[in-house]
Design a binder for this molecule. Structure first.
Ligand SMILES: C[S@@+](CC[C@H](N)C(=O)[O-])C[C@H]1O[C@@H](n2cnc3c(N)ncnc32)[C@H](O)[C@@H]1O
Length: 227
């Protein structure tokens, strides 16, 4: 399918899920889940749209948390891995985030997890997500790699695949993207000093301190807006 991704994830699909089994992958997964759970607990309805669902790692998580999930992705190979997981209460569609083949006002929450930075026209993808959300009350959540974190700057400088193709956002950029649709809440997390050797007991303390002092340089940004 011809589409608008900055990186062709078809070539990464076979090994993509291995990331979640590395110590770094486990650490980021934990941090993201903590942040995402805070958003999920305020969602009253159960219809969730995941844009850029990849291999279904998160769709499986959302389904296990009681959501009925529609996942979309532009990559056929990534979706093939998702379908093999036979995720309950979930259906998947191959389409471009900028042209969702879905009806208006259908979902209680739309999420993009480390996806917006790989979409060629992020503002169009956000507009499409908003179109599909219920109004008023729908929630849009974007979880993305922070352009201002040391780790991500290093990844870009080293031309690391697939990060080298990502157009990473800062907290300011994300706020700018979401503001047309409401008043966004934006914060960063993942402040581990050494994500290759995370210390699960201590790292959450760094995140809480960083949140209190509104530090902007965590590796991950979470942005949320209620319509
Ligand atoms: C880094 S992966 C993240 C996958 C998943 N959200 C996760 O966290 O495991 C980015 C995903 O976004 C998808 N993607 C990139 N551009 C897209 C677009 N224009 N429309 C739909 N999906 C897109 C890619 O195919 C890939 O599966």
């Amino acid at each position: 399918m011809k589409g608008q991704s900055r990186f062709d994830f078809n070539q990464a699909a076979a090994v993509y899920d291995e990331w979640f089994t590395t110590s770094m992958g486990r650490y980021y997964d934990l941090v993201e889940k903590r942040a995402i759970n805070r958003v999920l607990k305020n969602i009253s309805g159960k219809k969730l749209l995941e844009i850029g669902c990849g291999t279904g790692h998160w769709s499986k998580y959302f389904s296990a948390h009681g959501f009925s999930v529609v996942g979309v992705d532009i990559s056929f190979e990534m979706l093939k891995r998702t379908l093999r997981k036979r995720i309950p209460k979930a259906e998947f569609v191959q389409c471009d985030a900028c042209h969702l083949s879905l009806r208006d006002n259908m979902f209680d929450i739309a999420v993009l997890i480390t996806t917006i930075e790989f979409i060629e026209m992020p503002h169009i993808a956000i507009k499409e997500a908003v179109r599909c959300l219920k109004k008023p009350g729908g929630c849009l959540m974007v979880c993305t790699l922070n352009a201002e974190s040391k780790l991500n700057k290093r990844r870009l400088a080293k031309n690391e695949v697939p990060y080298h193709k990502a157009s990473m956002l800062s907290t300011k950029n994300l706020k700018y993207l979401l503001t047309p649709y409401g008043k966004p809440t934006i914060y960063t997390c993942a402040f581990s000093f050494n994500p290759t050797r995370p210390i699960p007991v201590i790292d959450p303390i760094f995140d809480s301190v960083a949140k209190t002092f509104k530090l902007q340089s965590g590796d991950i940004i979470i942005g949320e807006v209620k319509l």
